[in-house]
Design a binder for this molecule. Structure first.
Ligand code: ADP
Ligand code: MG
Length: 266
């Protein structure tokens, strides 16, 4: 086990945003964090990444090899925010290198440069290395952000909607790559996703959130079912099994909830 969340509650301005959240994340696991707009997915990801502090409960982390949950350095968790990397005048390469500034010191050596290029290559954007971030398309910036996260060589990646700006080809490329990297590096990868078929293709485990609570934490094959999707998303959906054995979620229609299917729980 690498990350343990115990009875977590986060409030913002005295309003409870998420509560009663407990979960464990193990090395090499791929998880999809799912749920409607306003469910609390980003808040949970931020609390796990340590960029938001909990009002109750704890997030414990270890490096997956020892039992000491408190001592492991936080820099082994890499977080990619929903809004991605800031549109600055830095080049893609500079911003990737900055992602590891704690290890780099004042000098960048050839090995670091090669690793940074490799990380960008992994997401198909090595040729953008010298472009300024503020000159890129949204998708190009998102892929560069993934390169930055990979370059940090984390034990856990927490990625908030990492494919939201990508075409279908690149959504698959990114999620397939992340899944392979998780296995190869024994790294846990948590992705917030909205495309349920892509989530099923990527994730071994699905976490469903609604109204600030974790409603289900299950294997993808048993958790991704029509009853769950109707409860979580208010949709009627059909689950199909494709040629390759992947689950596909075909949305049929929204379920009328008499106007109560709002935008979260505020
Ligand atoms: P999700 O990522 O699942 O769409 P979020 O975690 O971003 O949901 O937000 C969950 C709820 O918390 C929403 O109702 C949102 O409006 C509210 N919220 C998030 N951040 C803030 C904030 N900084 N101030 C006030 N409310 C917030
Ligand atoms: Mg969000």
């Amino acid at each position: 086990m690498m990350l343990r969340v115990d009875d977590l509650k986060v409030k913002i301005d005295h309003v409870t945003i998420i509560e009663d959240i407990s979960l464990n994340i193990r090395p090499g696991e791929t998880l999809a964090l799912l749920g409607p707009n306003g469910a609390g997915k980003s808040t949970l990801i931020k609390a796990m990444a340590g960029v938001l502090s909990a009002d109750q409960g704890e997030v414990h982390f270890n490096n997956g090899t020892d039992d000491d949950f408190m001592s492991a350095p936080r820099n082994q968790i890499a977080y990619l925010p929903q809004e991605g990397m800031a549109r600055t005048g830095l080049t893609v390469l500079e911003s990737v290198l900055l992602g590891r500034h704690d290890k780099l010191g004042l000098r960048v050596n050839d090995a670091d440069l090669i690793a940074a290029h490799k990380a960008l290559e992994q997401f198909g954007v090595a040729e953008l290395a010298d472009r300024r971030l503020d000159s890129l398309s949204g998708g190009q910036r998102q892929l560069s952000g993934l390169g930055q996260v990979l370059f940090r060589e984390p034990k856990i990646m927490l990625l908030d909607e990492p494919t939201s700006a990508l075409d279908l080809y690149r959504q698959m490329l990114v999620l397939d790559n992340l899944r392979a990297l998780a296995k190869e590096k024994n790294m846990a990868v948590v992705c917030v996703l909205h495309d349920l078929s892509l989530a099923a293709r990527f994730a071994e485990r699905v976490l469903f959130m609604k109204d600030g609570r974790l409603i289900a934490d299950d294997s993808c094959h048993s958790g991704m079912n029509a009853d769950m999707l109707s409860e979580i998303y208010n949709i009627e959906a059909e689950i199909l099994i494709g040629r390759e054995g992947h689950l596909h979620v075909a949305p049929i229609r929204p379920i009328d909830t008499h106007g109560s299917g709002g935008y979260g729980h505020e």
